[in-house]
Ligand binder design. Structure first.
Ligand SMILES: [Zn+2]
Length: 342
């Protein structure tokens, strides 16, 4: 049985404009071609996406926001809604198919047909909040998936790891008062969307269930592996997630000029091994990656393929979690220690 399901579809290339934008169909074109290779054809399952329904969108977004999107999508200026998040004819069907691709994979994982999934979609989602799209994001794909898992399957402990180089502000806002979703976001400090300080920890019943790790530009593989290795170990052991969702952004790659962080292609394989281990130990291997950013298409392609290769190897590795003083320092007085033993 092939235990990795992939969603990719040429319809994800339809959301496009003639003006230059870092978020454009060329991000995925060559990756999609690579996925036609026999190695991937033979060893993965290609899952067809569906469009999310309006009711599924409204599990996390307001109907007012959805109405605004409809109005702006037919205007002559594609940037009438937001200066980054362009909207035109094909944008909303593509965005509905993006969220729906994640739900199709979540269903297969919950049915036990596959262990792992990777939803290779666009537009990305993690900056979209209940009532506002921004930063190229229209619908919050990972948040819709988490909410779907709660409502459809009754899950009560869902872990979302967001390693996109930008803060998961939309996902954070949607689940800020909930303890049924634990969000761990590691992102570069001081860049768009300028949120995600370590003292943003959640409110009311959700206090402690938002964990933000803002890192310095220049952090790379060893700092990230130390931080995530250490944090996931503690959080997974104590929270016991029933499902692990990953907002997988590749814009922290050293060749991606949108950020200053220095992650290598191979690091995305390292974090995948870490996550496979935690998914094995806590939640029957249920692990679903949802593509977020990544704006150097060559780096994105290599890093996504490194991720997929790490999902395909028979046994996961256990990367060493070596102490790195400048990363260790970030955790010393971190507010998460009020809630979790780290
Ligand atoms: Zn990003």
């Amino acid at each position: 049985m092939n235990r990795l399901g992939l969603v990719f579809d040429s319809r994800y290339l339809h959301h496009a404009i003639s003006n230059p934008s870092p978020e454009n169909p060329d991000r995925l074109r060559s990756l999609y071609l690579h996925l036609q290779q026999e190695k991937y054809n033979k060893n993965t399952r290609h899952i067809s996406p569906r469009e999310v329904t309006s009711a599924e969108i409204c599990m996390v977004h307001s109907s007012f926001y959805v109405e605004q999107l409809r109005e702006h999508a037919v205007k002559a200026d594609p940037f009438s809604y937001d200066r980054d998040t362009y909207l035109m004819d094909d944008s909303l069907p593509t965005a509905r198919l993006a969220a729906g691709g994640c739900l199709a994979l979540a269903d297969r994982i919950m049915a036990g047909e596959i262990d792992y999934g990777f939803s290779l979609i666009r537009p990305p989602g993690h900056h979209a909040s209940a009532g506002r799209g921004m930063g190229f994001c229209i619908f919050n794909n990972v948040a819709i998936t988490a909410e779907y898992l709660r409502r459809q399957y009754g899950l009560r402990r869902i872990l979302i790891l967001d390693f996109d180089v930008h803060h998961a502000n939309g996902t954070q806002e949607i689940f800020y008062d909930s303890n049924e979703v634990l969000l761990l976001s590691i992102h570069q400090k001081g860049i768009f969307p300028f949120t995600g300080d370590s003292d943003e920890i959640g409110i009311e019943g959700g206090a402690g269930y938002t964990v933000n790790i803002p890192v310095h530009s220049q952090f790379g593989d060893s700092e990230y592996t130390y931080l995530l290795g250490h944090l996931l170990q503690g959080l997974v052991e104590q929270y016991l997630p029933q499902f692990i969702l990953v907002s997988a952004g590749y814009d922290g790659h050293r060749d991606d000029s949108i950020s200053g962080t220095l992650l290598s292609t191979q690091w995305f394989a390292t974090v995948t091994h870490l996550l496979r281990r935690h998914a094995f130990e806590s939640c029957n291997n249920r692990l679903l990656y949802v593509l977020e950013g990544g704006y150097n298409s060559a780096a994105l392609e290599k890093s996504v393929l490194a991720t997929i290769d790490a999902m395909l190897v028979k046994n996961f590795e256990r990367p060493g979690i070596l102490s790195v003083p400048r990363a260790e320092k970030l955790l010393v007085d971190h507010p998460l220690r009020q809630y979790w033993t780290i």
